[in-house]
Design a protein around this ligand. Structure first.
Ligand SMILES: [Zn+2]
Length: 1077
């Protein structure tokens, strides 16, 4: 889930966030955490050319937009034209632009035009095709020469009001009221990107206009208060209190610097590039951010945010000339200028180095001995040709692309650390790098990790890779290139980020989109038996001395030291202030707050262009669904959708027969199924067969509450995709995995336990809000409990016990037999559901294979025959307030209650989605983020369980945030929205409900609705209710969430021990304190 996911998904009348457990689409970039830069930790799957695992999702203004969960469907994506006849509307000269180049790119069925703006020299790539999910972006090169975070603060600030849109936050208004399918901004180490997307043409142009005005004429360069709010300022409510630093980016980056994983990647980048802009942190180092002055900030904008330093991107099915006209209207005001913004090349250094740094660790037993260790290279100081890039992508996949890939496997099997880090090739910056290592390493073993990586590379450079491994790599990469499945991330945006990766360095952006020829010539090279990979490994890695060995060591004293340093700095600043200066800070603090708390007048807000309710289709979009009852109570669902010959398949097995005590083992059971081999194949052979025959198979538990019943739905979900002709192969694989997977590989299992533990420990530091939210839900319902048991703090506690248990022979025997028990109670034809998505011919052709698959399963398991589930409410967590303590500089504060249980007579109404979204974008955004200085503040309403939860993200406050939450009720009660404002709120909600989906997501949504018993009739009722939302509904919802106010709601926060204790001093007995790390 994306780090800052809001309650977006619950806005779907159909599905909602029915997936507290990782129901991660097979290749959804949006499902990855959206970290701030250099994303490094967050690969995203949609990555033509380089192997799927390579690309990283840059973070942004708010990393929350990306996961549009399983909302209802939008119209089908039109197949791209396959004829290269240029469409109408291509002209050589128009609206101040001159066409430079034109090419039909068959890989994306697109005509790609490159224009130059005559007056300013601005460049534009205009992509014409049949994709209704239109994309626009503007990118500026923004290299830095310090770590004050200017580009990042500017990225936030330009969206806070502009010449044509003179209100506080046009960005937030767009979030409230547009149908966007994407709206965010990213800061990279050397560039800043502003992308938007929408399927509605008018909406799309509205978004483009607001973004263009924002970047070229922002209020922030003349109004210091924006800089103070988004960047940093001194805060002082009265002269007696201690001085503090506040600022949204300041706190966002404190969160980033609290996470050792992101620390590691920052250390790597800075060590690899000692001589160019990459040695700094463009996101901002919290210790350096307060050095930034407003004047430096203004100068940066005027230098870099100029058309002569801009690259523009349009993509989709809209009118090509209109694009030029829209841009020219903004550009024509400017004169051409020389902007020196090129990124210097880091010359390769011929001496390997070692860099040692420290991160803030806990002081408990669990925090000991956890070093992050890795080797990292800059691969080249000259640009690579397309075929070499492609070859590197293949090499990377072969080395690391699956858990069975030899280099990854060697690291895992070594037991030197808990989890692999680094992810191999990274090509987001000017020069490609390669980083690999382990975390959770005993510092004494650091050199062993380096030696292992080097010796394994040595070995592979001589032995090469097996022909089956190569075949699997070719199929996997080719499948991903041709499927171009970017999940909820717009395809046009994924393509833009690829093209920009070359364009921004003055390299040819077209070659990034044209991989077909390079791929076929590379394949024939492979087929000829030529040693392709050996020379690559030698020249780029083994013989390349521009290598850094990185050690990031735990320091239990660092968190306190960092805090003390900040305090000292603040005290010194205060000491240096004269009385009247102090008074000025107090005045400024209250003036800023007042400004932040004063809403824009409705007249001003009307400058934001909005659609009308009549632009919204009144009826739901249905996903075509056929249902067939098969023998022994199995069900076959089919969705006839155009999928370009790919078959998407889910097989779901009811988890309810699994005894409660075995539930926490289920996630590892799922992983074991594909990671230990089968009766007939080793783990490596099995992985290669999956790679050769399919586009991927994943297995995970799915859980959701169902409205009106105590028992949740919970399924083991087996998901796969393959070309239509390989349906039988894919189902054979699934059969072999489910029936004959070995569950007895102790070494592998132990490794998976260590990996899970490490991942959860990092997760609670970088995304504590989801742990806090799960904890609250587990107090109130079985679905919440399951989610916490299989993915929350209880799960982490279980995993810690398990790590000890599998060390003993007896313990392992017990675990092994538990894994087998899960399989035996779970696997049965009875109640199984198979869900297929493809065109009708492919669906029909797959039916036989589905029947064979089902007939291989036992008709009914013994446990299921014995009847019933033993899950009941006695398992729920006690209803207490909790502080979960970890080493961190920021807080994650959650507060919640259950509207279905706590509000007598409450009935779900569609307007709840509108109010929830509105509250998040207004009161909570303003109080928790803008005034409070947190990176995020929002609420989420699960329309299946009834849980209503407030959450904050990277928050400097605790009790103040709770107060802001409690203020929601009166805020909503006092609202009298004008017709315009209501319409905007409704349209914004409809944008979530009708979120754009690729065909596989539509089929999956339909399956989830089937599992939850959500009918199209019900979806239509919710839609009608949403469209008719009135002021009365806001007040009704305020009455409902009154049950969470004050002592009635429960609080769980992830915070530091110090802060947890200081709350107890202020409010004795407020919560129980639990040390987690
Ligand atoms: Zn940010």
């Amino acid at each position: 889930m994306s780090t800052l996911q809001r309650g977006l998904c619950s806005a779907s009348a159909g599905v909602g966030r029915a997936t507290p457990l990782a129901a991660v689409p097979i290749s959804s970039p949006g499902s990855r955490p959206c970290l701030r830069l250099p994303g490094l930790a967050a690969p995203f799957a949609a990555s033509p050319l380089m192997a799927p695992a390579l690309r990283r999702m840059p973070g942004g203004l708010l990393g929350r937009q990306s996961f549009r969960a399983l909302a209802a469907a939008a119209p089908a994506v039109a197949p791209f034209p396959d004829t290269p006849t240029p469409p109408a509307g291509i002209v050589d000269k128009a609206h101040g632009f001159t066409l430079q180049r034109q090419q039909y790119v068959k890989e994306y069925g697109s005509h790609v035009l490159m224009y130059k703006h005559d007056k300013t020299g601005a460049e534009l790539i205009s992509v014409l095709n049949g994709d209704e999910n239109k994309t626009f972006g503007v990118v500026f090169r923004t290299p830095v020469d310090d770590s004050t975070g200017i580009p990042h603060i500017l990225e936030h600030s330009v969206l806070c009001g502009s010449r044509k849109y003179p209100i506080k936050e046009p960005f937030v208004e767009l979030m409230k009221s547009s149908l966007n399918t994407f709206l965010n901004a990213f800061t990279y180490p050397d560039r800043t990107c502003y992308p938007v997307a929408s399927t509605n043409t008018q909406d799309f142009y509205n978004l483009v206009d607001v973004y263009l005005d924002a970047v070229f004429h922002p209020r922030c360069v003349s109004d210091r208060r924006v800089f103070e709010q988004e960047g940093w300022h001194f805060e002082l409510d009265n002269k007696e209190e201690p001085l503090t630093f506040k600022g949204v980016v300041f706190n966002e980056m404190k969160g980033v610097y609290s996470s050792p994983d992101s620390r590691f990647y920052r250390v790597v980048q800075q060590a690899l590039f000692p001589d160019n802009t990459y040695r700094h942190d463009s996101g901002g180092d919290p210790e350096v951010i307060p050095d930034l002055t407003f004047e430096q900030f203004q100068n940066f904008h005027s230098k870099y945010y100029h058309p002569s330093n801009a690259r523009f991107w349009f993509y989709g099915d809209d009118e090509p000339l209109k694009r030029l006209a829209l841009l020219d209207a903004y550009l024509t005001e400017f004169e051409r200028k020389e902007v020196d913004s090129g990124v210097e090349t880091q010359k390769l250094i011929h001496t390997p180095r070692t860099v040692t740094e420290y991160y803030a660790a806990g002081d408990g037993e669990e925090g000991e001995q956890k070093a992050y260790v890795g080797l990292s290279w800059v691969l080249s100081d000259t640009p690579l040709d397309v075929e070499t890039e492609l070859a590197l992508g293949f090499l990377d996949f072969l080395l690391l692309g699956t858990p069975a890939a030899p280099l990854r496997k060697a690291l895992n099997d070594s037991r030197l650390g808990a989890a692999v880090i680094g992810g191999g090739v990274d090509d987001d910056l000017k020069q490609p790098c390669f980083t690999l290592g382990l975390k959770g390493v005993n510092p004494e073993d650091a050199d062993k990790v380096d030696a292992l990586i080097t010796s394994k590379l040595q070995e592979l450079s001589l032995s090469g890779f097996s022909s089956t491994a190569i075949e699997a790599a070719i199929n996997t990469i080719e499948f991903s290139l041709r499927e171009n499945n970017t999940g909820s991330f717009p395809r046009g945006l994924s393509l833009m980020l690829r093209a920009v990766g070359a364009w921004i360095y003055d390299r040819d952006p077209f070659t990034q989109m044209q991989w077909e020829d390079a791929l076929s010539s590379f394949k024939s090279k492979l087929a000829s038996g030529q040693d392709v990979f050996g020379p690559l490994i030698r020249s780029f890695l083994l013989d390349n001395q521009h290598r850094v060995a990185v050690r990031l060591l735990p320091d239990p004293a660092l968190a306190a030291a960092t805090e003390a340093k900040e305090k000292e700095r603040l005290e010194a600043a205060r000491g240096a202030m004269r009385e009247e200066q102090l008074a000025a800070v107090v005045d400024n603090t209250s003036a800023l707050k007042e400004l932040q708390e004063t809403p824009d007048p409705p007249e001003a807000l009307s400058c934001i262009p909005a659609l009308q309710l009549s632009d919204i289709p009144p009826t739901i979009t249905r996903v075509p669904t056929s249902a067939k009852q098969l023998a022994d109570g199995a069900t076959l669902l089919g969705h006839d959708l155009f999928t370009n010959d790919v078959l998407y398949l889910e097989a779901a097995f009811d988890l309810r027969p699994v005894p409660a005590r075995l539930l926490p083992l289920v996630p590892l059971f799922c992983r074991s199924l594909t990671q230990m081999g089968t009766a007939a194949e080793s783990f490596v052979e099995l992985t290669e067969r999956i790679g050769r025959k399919t586009g991927g198979i994943s297995i995970y538990p799915f859980t959701s509450a169902v409205r009106g019943q105590e028992q949740p739905v919970s399924y083991l979900m087996v998901r796969g995709k393959a070309m239509g002709g390989k349906a039988g192969d894919m189902l054979d694989l699934m059969r072999d995995i489910l029936l004959t997977a070995r569950l007895d590989d102790r070494g592998r299992f132990t490794q998976m336990v260590a990996e899970t533990k490490a991942a959860m420990e990092s997760g609670i530091i970088s995304g504590g809000h989801s742990y806090a939210g799960k904890r609250l839900a587990a107090q109130r319902g079985l679905a919440g409990l399951l989610s916490e048991t299989m993915g929350g703090l209880s799960y982490l506690e279980f995993i810690r016990g398990l790590a000890k248990k599998v060390e003993t022979d007896d313990g392992w025997q017990e675990v092994k037999s538990d894994l087998e028990s899960i399989r035996s109670v779970l696997l049965q034809r009875r109640g199984a559901i198979v869900n297929l998505t493809a065109d009708s011919a492919t669906l029909a052709a797959a039916e036989g294979a589905v029947a064979d698959f089902l007939s291989a399963l036992p008709p009914a398991s013994a446990a299921a025959a014995a009847g019933g589930s033993e899950w009941d409410s006695s398992l729920l967590l006690p209803r207490v307030n909790e502080a979960l303590c970890v080493p961190t500089q920021v807080n994650y504060v959650a507060k919640g209650g259950n509207l279905f249980q706590d509000v007598p007579g409450y009935e779900l109404h569609g307007s709840a989605y509108v109010v929830e979204k509105y509250l998040g974008n207004t009161w909570l955004w303003d109080r928790v983020r803008v005034v409070g200085g947190a990176y995020g503040g929002f609420c989420s309403f699960d329309s299946h369980s009834g849980m209503f939860t407030y959450m904050s993200y990277r928050d400097p406050n605790l009790l103040d945030t709770l107060e802001a939450y409690d203020g929601s009720v009166d805020y909503l009660r006092s609202l009298e929205l004008s017709k315009d404002e209501l319409t905007k709120a409704i349209i914004g909600t409809m944008g979530d409900i009708d979120a754009y989906q690729l065909p596989d997501a539509k089929g999956y949504s339909a399956l989830v609705r089937h599992l939850l018993g959500v009918t199209d009739e019900e979806r239509q009722i919710r839609r009608d209710q949403i469209l008719a939302t009135s002021n009365k509904d806001f007040k009704a919802f305020a009455d409902a969430i009154d049950c969470v106010r004050g002592d009635a709601g429960r609080v769980v926060a992830v915070t530091s021990s110090d802060k947890a204790t200081s709350v107890l001093e202020e409010k004795p007995g407020f919560w129980t304190v639990k040390k987690v790390l």
